[in-house]
Design a protein around this ligand. Sequence first.
Ligand SMILES: [Zn+2]
Length: 135
Amino acid sequence: MPRMGIPERIWSCQGCGKEVGRGLTTPSVANCPHCGVRFNNTVEGMMANSNDRMDDLLNRSRTSTPSYSGNSSSSAVAGRIVGLVILLVGALFVLAVVVGAVVLFVYVIKAATAPPKKSKKTRRRPSSGWEKDEE
Ligand SMILES: [Zn+2]
C-alpha cells in the first residue's frame, strides 16, 4: 500500500516502548499487545477503564449486600421495607422542612410588609359610637 503523504504517528507503548500502532489517532487497543499494560490515552483504554470501574462498583455492591438463595428471603423483604420506611420518613422530613421554610418565609414577609402598630392613631377618632346616637 503506497504512502499517500498523510502524516502518521507511530504510537509506542510507554511500558515496554514497543510499537503499538500507527496513524493520526491513538491506536484502537485498550492494552499493549506486547506487555499488556492498560493505555489511558486511547479511547479503548479509557472505555476499558470505565468498564473496570463499573465492574468494581457492581462487585462491591454485590458483595456488600449478600443475596441468600435460601429461606432467608423474608429478611431481604424486611430490609426493603425498612429502606422504604426510611425513604418515606426522609421524604416527610424534607416536606416538613420545606413547609416550615415556606411558613417562616410568609411570616417574615408579612411582618416586614405589615404597617407598624398604630398606637398614635387610636386617639385620632375620639367619637367612638357616635352612630348610635339616633337610637
Ligand atoms: Zn507495552
